[in-house]
Structure formats: structure tokens, C-alpha cells
Write a protein that binds this ligand. Structure first.
Ligand code: ZN
Length: 477
């Protein structure tokens, strides 16, 4: 495939990775503002803010978090864990603290990955006021069990804003596509600094073209940003034909990964398959899964925007995912430029479709009214499960659990709740049931799509009926 931007962009992209990588981003705060203002210099877009406390469907924009410094020092004043060396050392959204603690008390707030002993894990605590540090297992082994440690986190958590960016390129076909990425990860290169960088260059390239369709570019903090955006732009978002999530775009290797839209055979999926075939590009196909990024919200029953995701090493699928080893050595700016060219080819192909062709090619879920189905009472996005005690409050660890020193087992990240067991499969069942709470999809179909047993889905749906998240829709039979 032709790489006409290699020379023009290669060094520029590398330089941008280096400038943005050290910034401590989060779902709110100055890290996001600084990142967006650097990207805006490459190509202009609008930066907007939504105040803390704003209700967005089932969610609320949280207080704004900012961080100055954080460390753990021993009694000689030596910093044994230092945020300034790597911002992943601090659990993102940690509350301020300044205390002397025994090793045993400190240990309850430490996270490591014994299977990847040189890696610092990435953890967050957005929706529970808590604190913690992440460190390599090698570092952890050298901590002294008889030592008293001074723990200092100089952070602030106050009413402020959630910051995001957007730009709409207006065509005249009456059809609009969505290009979305997330800007909330701190020093992590493939997932997901590569997303915002690709987003910016794709926007810049498309602005220079004469386009028939419209393209809505949004750059938001993951989950809460996408939900806040949907809630603020409900009417416009309902009309969107389909789109792409940009994430993990610069990982190593020649092979691409493609996560299908929830329809699997939408125009977006067909176009991606066609371009891969024309280019003779090898790729690994991932069917839609409710676990992932913001496609789950954009494709929620009320909006149903089919979103595809093309990756160079998809999140969850590489060992360094959500660790300090997903760094600038892991990615390659040249691969990002190849991924950029691929998206430009796909958009060129979408441009060939007339509005009527698009209507014909946009398939929708078949109705199955003979069976009992469920109707989501929160159809706009994934429901906020942690406020109901239905979800782990420590984020970043899905598919990769931190080791629990205290209990010596692997499920520390799940908050105990007498009513709900926090097995991964039950959380999955909740997600799939809510996603297919469109009143048209039977439990049999959900079982096939999710790979979960019908008995687990039945049991979980009873809980969701009790929590008033679902309501039953009787079939004709
Ligand atoms: Zn991530």
C-alpha cells in the first residue's frame, strides 16, 4: 500500500508521541486540556467543557481531578515509589493523603503484576474516593515489611469540568459518520495515545478533501465523555449512519485486528472487508463484544450506531495492555501512518455510496416478537453499575486482575456485595442483557451472540428486573 505521508508525517508523528506521552491524563483535569490544546495546533477543532454534577442519563459528570505530585518514601526520606518517574505509579483519581503508614497498611493500597514483574499496572478509581499506588513486582519485593512509610498524594478533587473536543465536517448527502476516540489514558502509548494522534491527522486530511457525507469527529474521555456527549447531542447522534472508534492504532506487527460493529454486516463492516481484501492485508476478525470501548454506548438501544474498530494490536489482546510496557518502544509511528492511510481508503470507499445505497446497505436487527424479550429502562448507554454495587469500582483491570496480597487471591478488584456475585460472567451477562434490551432480541439469540449460557442470562435478567433496569416484553407465542 502506498505510504504517501511517510516523509511528511513520520518525524512529526514521532515528535507528537514524545510530547504527549508524559502528560498525566485522566477523565477530567488539566492533562486532558493540555493534550487537546497541543492537538488543536495541528488542526483546529472546538474544545468544550461540561460542569461536574451534570446529569447525563444514568451517569453524573464527576468532580475534576488534578495531580501535582505523589510518592511513598521510607524513614530515610528515600522515595521508593515516585509518580514523577512514571505517572502510572499512582492509581488515577486518587484522593489527597499525607500519612505515615506501616507496611501492612500501605500494602492494602498497592497493585502489582507478578506475571509481568517489570511492568507497572494501570489502575483507576474514578467513581469511588480512594487512593493507591501501582508498582512493578520487582520494586515491591524490595519493600521492607518492618518499615514505616510516608505516603503523600498532592491531588485535588473538586467541582470543575469534563473537557472534550469535536469538529463536524459538513457534506451534502444527508448522511453522517462518526469518528470517535478517547483521551483519558495517562502514559500509555498504543492504548491509547495512538488514538488521539490518528484522530487528529485523519481530521486534518479529511478537511482538505471535498466530501459528500458529513463526518463528526469527537475526542472524549472514555465512557463518561461519550455518554455526556450522547446526552448533549441526542438528536444529532440518533441520525448517524455508522462510524469508527480510533484506538490502538500503532502497535507492532503487520497484522491488523478488526472488531465488527454489533450488526456484523453493516456497510461499515462491508467496506472494511473490501479494503482489506483489495490491499491483500491480513487481519484478525473479532466479532462485536459489549466489552471494549465507547461503541457499547454509541450502539446502545436508543442510538444503535454501528461502530467498527480497526487496531494494530487490539486492547486486551497483548500482554503489555494497560501496563507501563505499552510505551513509546512498543509502538511505531510508521504503523500509525499506515493505519491512517487505511482509514482514508475506507472513507474514500464510503464516499462512493449514494444516500440510497447507504439506506439499502444498513441492515438492522430482525424482529423476533414471538419470544419474550426485555426492554431496557436505561436504553441510552451502559447503566452506571457501580452506584448500584453491581460493578468493580477499581478500573483498568478488566481481563487482567491485579494480585491481592491481602487475601492472596485474584479478585481484589471486585467489591464484595452480598446480593451480587462479581464473577466476570455475571457482569458480562448484565452488559449483554442491557445491550440487547431492545424488546426484539430473545434470550436464545443473546446466548448465541454472547456465548453465555441461557440459564445465567435468565438468572441475571431476574436481578435486572428487580433493579428496574429491565422490563419484560411478552412475546406473541
Ligand atoms: Zn484502555
Amino acid at each position: 500500500m502506498e505510504n504517501k505521508f511517510d516523509e511528511q508525517y513520520g518525524l512529526e508523528v514521532k515528535d507528537l508521541f514524545e510530547r504527549l506521552f508524559p502528560i498525566c491524563r485522566s477523565i477530567t483535569g488539566n492533562g486532558v486540556r493540555q493534550t487537546l490544546s497541543i492537538l488543536k495546533k495541528i488542526t483546529d477543532f472546538k474544545i468544550e467543557e461540561i460542569p461536574s454534577g451534570t446529569e447525563c442519563y444514568d451517569w453524573t459528570v464527576p468532580k475534576e481531578w488534578n495531580i501535582i505530585d505523589a510518592y511513598v518514601e521510607d524513614s530515610t526520606g528515600k522515595k521508593v515509589i515516585d509518580f514523577k518517574k512514571n505517572n502510572l505509579h499512582l492509581v488515577n483519581y486518587s484522593i489527597p493523603i499525607d500519612e505515615i503508614l506501616s507496611f501492612q497498611d500501605l500494602e492494602k493500597h498497592l497493585f502489582t503484576l507478578p506475571d509481568l514483574p517489570d511492568a507497572i499496572p494501570y489502575r483507576t478509581t474514578y467513581y469511588k474516593e480512594d487512593w493507591g499506588f501501582c508498582l512493578t513486582y520487582e520494586q515491591f519485593k524490595y519493600l521492607n515489611k518492618n518499615e514505616k512509610y510516608h505516603v503523600k498524594i498532592d491531588s485535588s478533587l473538586k467541582p470543575g469540568n469534563l473537557t472534550y473536543g469535536e469538529y463536524v465536517i459538513n457534506g451534502n448527502s444527508g448522511k453522517e459518520f462518526l469518528i470517535s476516540t478517547y483521551c483519558c489514558h495517562p502514559s500509555l502509548a498504543n492504548d491509547n495515545l495512538s488514538g488521539p494522534i490518528l484522530w487528529t491527522y485523519l481530521l486534518k486530511e479529511l478537511k482538505s478533501k471535498k466530501l459528500h457525507h458529513s463526518y463528526r469527529f469527537i475526542i472524549v474521555p472514555e465512557t463518561i465523555g461519550a455518554i455526556a456527549y450522547l446526552s448533549k447531542n441526542e438528536k444529532e447522534m440518533q441520525k448517524i449512519t455508522g462510524g469508527f472508534i480510533l484506538t490502538c492504532t500503532a502497535g507492532p506487527g503487520k497484522v491488523y485486528d478488526y472488531k465488527q460493529t454489533f450488526l456484523g454486516d453493516h456497510l461499515v463492516d462491508q467496506t472494511v472487508a473490501k479494503i482489506f481484501k483489495n490491499n491483500e492485508t491480513s487481519f484478525t476478525l473479532y466479532p462485536f463484544d459489549i466489552n471494549g470501548s465507547d461503541e457499547t454506548h454509541y450502539s446502545a438501544p436508543y442510538f444503535r450506531i454501528p461502530m467498527g474498530t480497526i487496531c494494530r494490536k487490539k486492547y486486551y489482546e497483548y500482554d503489555y495492555y494497560h501496563t507501563s510496557l505499552d510505551n513509546l518502544d512498543f509502538i511505531n509511528p510508521k504503523n500509525l501512518i499506515e493505519t491512517l492511510n487505511l482509514h482514508l481508503q475506507i472513507i474514500d470507499e464510503l464516499e462512493n455510496y449514494l444516500p440510497n445505497d447507504i439506506n439499502k446497505n444498513s441492515k438492522s436487527i430482525a424482529k423476533q416478537n414471538n419470544e419474550d424479550c426485555y426492554l431496557s429502562l436505561n436504553p441510552y448507554c451502559e447503566p452506571m453499575l457501580s452506584k448500584r454495587g453491581l460493578y468493580p469500582t477499581l478500573g483498568g483491570s478488566i481481563k487482567q486482575k491485579a494480585y491481592d496480597f491481602e487475601k492472596e487471591h485474584l479478585d481484589r478488584n471486585y467489591v464484595l456485595n452480598s446480593e451480587i456475585s462479581h464473577s466476570g460472567s455475571e457482569i458480562d451477562a448484565i452488559g449483554w442483557l442491557m445491550f440487547y434490551g431492545d424488546g426484539n432480541t430473545s434470550l436464545d439469540t443473546i446466548s448465541v451472540k454472547s456465548g453465555l449460557s441461557k440459564s445465567l442470562l435468565e438468572k441475571t435478567s431476574q436481578k435486572l428486573l428487580n433493579y428496574k433496569l429491565l422490563q419484560i416484553k411478552k412475546g406473541d407465542k
